[in-house]
Design a protein around this ligand. Structure first.
Ligand SMILES: NC(=O)c1ccc[n+]([C@@H]2O[C@H](COP(=O)([O-])OP(=O)(O)OC[C@H]3O[C@@H](n4cnc5c(N)ncnc54)[C@H](O)[C@@H]3O)[C@@H](O)[C@H]2O)c1
Length: 362
C-alpha cells in the first residue's frame, strides 16, 4: 500500500501519542514527513526525537509537496483556520476534536473540502478500538434485541490539576460537552445511529478555576462556558438517550455508557479508551457476563482514524472518522446548549450513517 504523507500542525500535549503510533504501529499506512507549531522549538525537538525529516512553519508545511494530509492537533480555537488552510491548499485534513467551534465554520470547511475533492476526518477514533467495535457487533448481532435507550455519563472536576495549559477548557469551544462529549456522542451514534431531536440544560457552577498543575500553578482562569451540561436525545431509530458531561463533580458512581435493549443490557467501556471491559445481561440471565474483546486495537491506538483515512484513500473507500459524523456530533453538542438557552427542544438538522464496522480480521 502506498503510504499517505502526513504533516502535523500543533506539537503539544496530545501530539506525543500520535507521533509514537504514526511512526510505529501505523507506519505501514502513513509516513510523517513534517511538523509545525506556533512555538517552533516544539516542532524542532519532536522532529529530532521521532526522526521526522522537516520542522517547518505552518504555511510551509501546508504548501509542502511532501504533505498529502495535514493532521491538526492545535487547540479548538485554531482548528478551523488550520484545516481551512489545508483544504484550500488541496490537502486532506484530520483534526482533533471538536471539528470546529461553530456549526457555520464546520459547514464552510466541509463544503470547501468537497469542492476541492479532499477528505476531512476528525477525532475521536476511539470508537474504532476493540471495545466499541465489539459492542457494535453485539448490538448488530442482536445480543440485546432492539436498543430502546442509552445513558452516558462523563463527570469530573476539570483539567486544571494536570494539564500544563488548561485555560482553553474554560473558553468558547471548551467546557465538558465540547471536550468530552465527542467521545460519548460519537460512540453512541456509532452504536445507535443519528439523533433527530434533543433537549438540554446547562449551567456554570464556578466563575473561576485555579490552576494547580505546573508550569502555570496559581493562575486563575475566568470560566466563560457552562461546566455542567445535561441532554436528552431522541434517536432517529426511536430510542431515547440521556447524557451528562460535567467539570463540576468531585465523585460519582454512575457508568460511562450503557445501552438498554428489548432483550438485554450492554455495559460499554469508557469511550475515551480503546479497550474493555464489556458486560452483557440478557433477559434470560440473572447476572451480567463479561464479554471478551473480538477486535484489534485495544491499547492506546490514537492515530487509528488517520490510518483509516490512509487506507480509504489507497482503496478509494469511505473513511470512518468522517467530517460528516463529526459535524453531526458538533451539532448535537451545540443543540444541548441552544435548547438550554431557549427552553425548547432542538430539532437536529444534520444526519449521518453509522460508519461501517471494522472487519474482524484487522
Ligand atoms: N491533552 C489531551 O489529553 C487531549 C486528549 C484528546 C484530545 N485532545 C485534543 O487535542 C487538541 C490539542 O490539545 P493539547 O492538549 O495537545 O493542547 P496543547 O495546548 O498542549 O497543544 C496545542 C499545540 O498547538 C499549538 N498551536 C496552537 N495554535 C496553533 C496554530 N494556529 N498553528 C500552529 N500551532 C498552534 C500550540 O503552540 C501547542 O503546542 C485539542 O483539540 C484537544 O481537545 C487533547
Amino acid at each position: 500500500m502506498k503510504k499517505l504523507k502526513v504533516g502535523i500542525v500543533g506539537i503539544g500535549k496530545i501530539s506525543g501519542i500520535y507521533l509514537e503510533n504514526l511512526t510505529g504501529m501505523f507506519s505501514d499506512a502513513v509516513e510523517v514527513t513534517a511538523l509545525a507549531d506556533l512555538v517552533p522549538e516544539r516542532a524542532t525537538e519532536a522532529a529530532e526525537k521521532y526522526g521526522i525529516p522537516e520542522a517547518l512553519s505552518v504555511e510551509k508545511l501546508v504548501a509542502s509537496g511532501n504533505v498529502e494530509l495535514v493532521l491538526n492537533l492545535t487547540i479548538p480555537n485554531a482548528h478551523f483556520d488550520v484545516c481551512m488552510k489545508a483544504v484550500e491548499a488541496g490537502k486532506h485534513t484530520y483534526v482533533e476534536k471538536p471539528l470546529c467551534i461553530t456549526r457555520e465554520e464546520a459547514t464552510r470547511l466541509l463544503e470547501t473540502a468537497e469542492k476541492r475533492g479532499v477528505r476531512v476526518g476528525c477525532a475521536p477514533d476511539t470508537f474504532l478500538g476493540a471495545g466499541i467495535q465489539t459492542c457494535r457487533k453485539l448490538i448488530d448481532d442482536g445480543w440485546i434485541g432492539t436498543p430502546v435507550a442509552a445513558t452516558a455519563f462523563m463527570m469530573g472536576h476539570g483539567h486544571e490539576s494536570w494539564h500544563p495549559d488548561p485555560e482553553f477548557y474554560y473558553k468558547v469551544g471548551g467546557g465538558p460537552m465540547f471536550d468530552m462529549g465527542p467521545y460519548y456522542l460519537t460512540a453512541l451514534v456509532n452504536l445507535m445511529g443519528p439523533v433527530a431531536r434533543l433537549s438540554g440544560s446547562a449551567k456554570k457552577t464556578f466563575e473561576t478555576r485555579l490552576i494547580t498543575s505546573e508550569p502555570k500553578k496559581g493562575t486563575v482562569i475566568d470560566v466563560d462556558v457552562p461546566t455542567h451540561v445535561v441532554g436528552v436525545m431522541d434517536f432517529a431509530s426511536g430510542a431515547v438517550g440521556t447524557i451528562i458531561t460535567s467539570f463540576d463533580i468531585w465523585g460519582h458512581t454512575l457508568p460511562r455508557i450503557e445501552i438498554y435493549g428489548t432483550e438485554g443490557s450492554l455495559s460499554v467501556p469508557d469511550p475515551n479508551t480503546f479497550g474493555g471491559p464489556i458486560k452483557v445481561r440478557r433477559s434470560s440471565a440473572p447476572e451480567w457476563s463479561d464479554i471478551p474483546l473480538a477486535y484489534g486495537y485495544s491499547e492506546n491506538s490514537r492515530g487509528l482514524g488517520v490510518a483509516d483515512i490512509a487506507r480509504a484513500v489507497a482503496g478509494n473507500t469511505d473513511h470512518r472518522a468522517s467530517g460528516k459524523l463529526a459535524y453531526h456530533v458538533l451539532e448535537l453538542m451545540h443543540g444541548f446548549h441552544d435548547a438550554s438557552s431557549s427552553g425548547t427542544y432542538y430539532a437536529v438538522q444534520s444526519t449521518c450513517d453509522r460508519p461501517e464496522a471494522l472487519p474482524m480480521t484487522r
